[in-house]
Design a protein around this ligand. Structure first.
Ligand code: ZN
Length: 77
């Protein structure tokens, strides 16, 4: 009766010391800590992502396909 998957339990979520909920046995995505130690440098990762976004935008502009102009076009109703 297709009920073999009813036994599957949900994700085990633990509460981080920063207050965010995280998966157990995984580093916290909010503060990058695991077991009290900083594992992931969140600030450096954010800076790197921002730099990558900026570079992608400039590359798009250079090729003449901007994502912003597409969004600004008024929708014809
Ligand atoms: Zn945390």
């Amino acid at each position: 009766m297709r009920r073999s998957h009813h036994a599957i339990a949900g994700q085990r979520l633990a509460k981080c010391e920063c207050g965010a909920s995280r998966m157990s046995h995984r580093a916290c995505p909010e503060c990058g800590k695991y077991n009290g130690n900083v594992i992931i440098d969140i600030v450096a990762r954010a800076k790197r992502d921002a730099r990558r976004d900026k570079r992608k935008q400039t590359e798009l502009r250079a090729s003449g396909q901007t994502a912003e102009t597409k969004e600004k076009e008024p929708a014809k109703t």
